[in-house]
Write a protein that binds this ligand. Structure first.
Ligand code: FAD
Length: 466
């Protein structure tokens, strides 16, 4: 009786020690994992080295991009080799770096409730000496007083509103059936140097930003497959979602890591949580890129003959040459001759009616950009939606079955928006390609270490109890 009691106690002790050793091993493992770096990477010190990307690290997208005629690998390769370098040079030229925009927040849907809290939310003034002579106007307009509410009372956000009708030589002012053109009063327009106003983290967040996205998705392009959407409606959703992914990726790639020291860098956590963990958001980014690329190549003849005149012959020649290299690039033509095939759309009986409906939805989305409560976000929102509207106009409003007699006419601002949008999408694709695997790995680590943390807590609690 007594002997068996002793044996039982000894057996229990052994089990307890085995358990304690197991628990300590778990704690050691957790400490090792927890000591891994956080996914916030300042620009100067911590750029990721490409050499540590093993083949299996490559992001998991492969095969043909849905509804397109090109695969992920080819897009990444072409972007890296050809498109990204060309576009980076193009958007720096005087022709493409100045965008004409009305920055008023005259929201047609609700009063502005600007939630922007950073100086970085404001658009930077164009220095006079950087502005092309042809764009100049003899007088300046001050900011209209009610514009201040869109800048959260920060008058340093004033922008240069110079404008010259001569700047539109060779360019026509034509309506775009896809966009909301409340640009009738030119005195309210301003030129903004896009190079001085990069799209990045601005601190614009909360209900104001959420209301815009909610309105865009719920009122104008409801998510599929919840509703049974046809191909054309799906495309509108994918374009908006792809643009949204690109905006989030720009926020993640140029993020204010520490406001006190003004430290900017990558926030891979944000990229993972807002984009990468939803594969369809990445797919939509690639789709939008190919869609816009198709529009640019479809308009090649028009864009090749357009005037890129800013009064600086050397720079203007360079712009023209870069445009030609982009439009007739042999590598692009060989690897991805038709990035997206628009000929399949608007075919059914409902075609014309559907086109009108989707045009009205896109116009609403375009008008919603006037409600964005942060000036810099509004600038990029307006530019990129105009870029998408231009792509839609090129692909669907001319030379289609019902408009075969029409020839393409673009405004200069539409071309600037189109190319700058393509460049933004190209930057996002490059960032996902280069950093996607790292962001996913770091997040897998975080998830594992969170699980381990709770295991350790349980183990520790049992040890203390014992
Ligand atoms: C036009 C516009 C431009 C902006 N520009 C900037 C900027 O330059 N800098 C800046 O810091 N902030 C900008 N913002 C704000 C920014 O987009 C976010 O709204 C903000 O950072 C808050 O993010 P969130 O996590 O609440 O999710 P949000 O990005 O606001 O997303 C809202 C909801 O939309 C859905 N969603 C998110 N992404 C996708 C997607 N790709 N596809 C489909 N559904 C999606 C999700 O359900 C999500 O909860 C902009 C906002 C708008 C409307």
């Amino acid at each position: 009786m007594v002997e068996s009691e002793v044996k039982k106690i000894k057996k229990g002790d052994k089990m307890k020690w085995r358990w304690v050793i197991g628990a300590f091993t778990t704690i050691l493992l957790a400490i090792a994992l927890a000591s891994r770096s956080t996914p916030k990477i300042p620009f100067k010190s911590g750029q990721f080295s490409k050499s540590c990307h093993c083949p299996q690290d490559k992001h998991r997208y492969s095969g043909i991009v849905e509804d397109c005629c090109c695969d992920y690998e080819t897009v990444d390769h072409l972007n890296e080799e050809v498109l990204h370098p060309l576009l980076q040079d193009l958007v720096k030229t005087p022709f493409f770096r100045y965008f004409k925009v009305k920055l008023w927040c005259n929201c047609p849907f609700w009063p502005d409730d600007g939630m922007c809290r950073l100086r970085d939310c404001s658009v930077c003034e164009c220095p006079e000496n950087e502005f092309p002579e042809l764009f100049k106007k003899p007088y300046h307009h001050g900011l209209p007083s009610d514009d201040l509410k869109c800048q959260e009372g920060k008058p340093q956000a004033a922008v240069d509103r110079t404008l010259d009708s001569k700047a539109f030589r060779g360019w026509t002012e034509t309506d775009n059936p896809w966009t909301y053109d409340d640009e009738t009063d030119n005195s309210e327009m301003t030129y903004v140097n896009l190079q001085l106003n990069p799209e990045r983290y601005t601190g614009y967040t909360g209900p104001s930003a959420r209301r815009i996205w909610d309105a865009v998705y719920s009122e104008n392009c409801p998510k599929y497959p919840a509703e049974e959407l046809c191909q054309e409606e799906k495309i509108l959703y994918k374009l908006i979602s792809g643009l949204h992914s690109s905006i989030s990726i720009h926020i993640a790639s140029d993020y204010l890591l520490d406001e006190a020291t003004n430290l900017w860098g990558h926030n891979l956590d944000l990229m993972y949580n807002r984009v990468l963990r939803y594969p369809n958001r990445v797919q939509n980014l690639y789709f939008t890129f190919l869609f816009v690329l198709r529009a640019v190549t479809k308009a090649a003849d028009y864009l090749e003959q357009a005037e890129y005149d800013t009064g600086n012959p050397t720079e203007d020649l360079k712009t023209h040459s870069l445009m030609r290299q982009l439009l007739y690039n042999p590598k692009l033509q060989a690897a991805c001759p038709l990035p997206f095939d628009e000929a399949k759309l608007w075919k059914g009986q409902r075609g014309p009616e559907l086109k009108q409906k989707i045009q009205a939805q896109f116009k609403n989305i375009s008008a919603l950009m006037d409600c964005v409560g942060c000036e810099k976000c509004r600038l990029w929102g307006k530019l990129q939606v105009l870029g998408l509207g231009t792509a839609l106009k090129i692909l669907f409003s001319v030379n289609g079955e019902d408009h075969s007699h029409q020839t393409l006419e673009l405004q200069r601002n539409e071309v600037i928006a189109l190319i700058n949008l393509l460049n933004r999408l190209s930057e996002s694709i490059k960032f996902v390609h280069e950093m996607g695997a790292a962001a996913e790995k770091l997040n897998e680590g975080t998830v594992t270490s969170t699980r381990l943390n709770s295991l350790v807590q349980q183990a520790w609690a049992s040890i203390v109890k014992t």
